[in-house]
Write a protein that binds this ligand. Structure first.
Ligand code: 13P
Ligand code: SF4
Length: 324
């Protein structure tokens, strides 16, 4: 992805110093998702998947949460830590899954299935969370769905690929909202097969937001944290990675002796970047900490309603031993 032109003219090294100072001065915590650029991951207090980040936000005891991720993640942090100021370097850092599921359309959809409960993937807006009975992440979705009786009527939103994957491995028939992640959904079996043929010694690891035919070829399927843990423990020396490029940074740090090949979106690039995640830069991070803006603001009503299904997820995950 092309580097944006600097507006401050401050070097990356100076920006890092300024960010670290601001973090101390303002009693702030910097939370970053694995899909952030390496230079942001390297100065974060915590780098993780959506489940880990939600848990850190809930447990935070600071004056300000700086969220290096996308909008729905920062909203989740605000919902879980409503007395804390939450800032995001770029308010345009959205998500195709969250955008695919607007509140009015989802309310109409939900009304067609009055007997169903709603389990929503955390990659949705705060408004959708207020309409949900339970939130899940890719790190706990299978176990949370399995905690309900097999005949429980469930709507799953907004990711049809993750929902389809859960349906297949749990033998359920959840009704799926028709949303996808634009980063994972474009990965093709042709590209994966070509990489497998060229690298017969490599294992394919995939995020469950990928399409079913790609998942069928995978040796391991899991959330970003689960994939990272897998490559750390597994004895293979080479991996074909079907998710966003940012995760390679931690995989390489964790296992420097191993080789990681990302599944590219097309022939023009050997990467697979999320355009929203990559809107955050060191410079925007510095500016947002300096100005304490853009800030995530939600009404008390949305916070209190959306808290219920997210807290339920965190409690259930603790009970299922999914949170360490
Ligand atoms: P996890 O890191 O929770 O697996 O989520 C991946 C993702 O697409 C986040 O936007
Ligand atoms: Fe959304 Fe996909 Fe980007 Fe994650 S990687 S923020 S799911 S568009």
């Amino acid at each position: 992805m092309k580097k944006e032109a600097s507006v401050t003219g401050i070097s990356d090294m100076e920006l890092v110093e300024k960010i670290l100072n601001l973090k101390q001065q303002k009693n702030a915590v910097l939370l970053a998702h694995f899909y952030q650029v390496p230079e942001i991951q390297d100065i974060a207090d915590y780098v993780g998947d959506s489940l880990g980040l939600a848990q850190k936000a809930a447990a935070s005891n600071v004056d300000m949460i700086v969220f290096a991720g996308v909008h729905f993640m920062a909203e989740t942090a605000k919902i879980l830590s409503s007395d804390t100021k939450v800032i995001l370097p770029d308010l345009e850092a959205g998500c195709s899954l969250a955008a695919s599921c607007p509140k009015d359309k989802f309310s109409e959809f939900k009304a067609k299935y009055p007997e169903h409960i709603v389990i929503s993937y955390i990659n949705c807006t705060a408004d959708i969370k207020t309409l949900s009975d339970l939130i899940c992440t890719s790190g706990n979705a299978v176990q949370l769905v399995e905690s309900f009786p097999k005949d429980k009527k469930i709507i799953f939103a907004p990711d049809k690929n993750l929902g389809g994957y859960i349906n297949r491995i749990t033998g359920r028939n959840m009704i799926l909202w028709d949303g996808t992640c634009e980063v994972h959904d474009v990965l093709s079996t042709e590209t994966v097969i070509q990489l497998k043929v060229e690298n017969p010694d490599a294992k394919l690891i995939a995020h469950p937001e990928c399409k079913a035919p790609v998942l069928e070829l995978a040796d391991y399927i899991g959330s970003t944290t689960a994939m990272l843990n897998f490559t750390g423990k597994d004895n293979s020396k080479k991996y074909i990675v079907a998710t966003e490029t940012g995760i390679l940074h931690q995989m390489r740090k964790n296992s420097p002796e191993k080789e990681f090949l990302i599944v590219p979106t097309d022939e023009t690039c050997s990467c697979n970047d999320c355009q929203y995640m990559k809107l955050n830069t060191l410079e925007k991070l510095y500016l947002c900490m300096e100005n304490e803006s853009p800030e995530i603001l939600l009404s008390d009503e949305v916070i209190s309603k959306a808290q219920v299904p997210i807290k339920k997820m965190l409690d259930m995950s603790k009970n299922l031993n999914l949170i360490k």
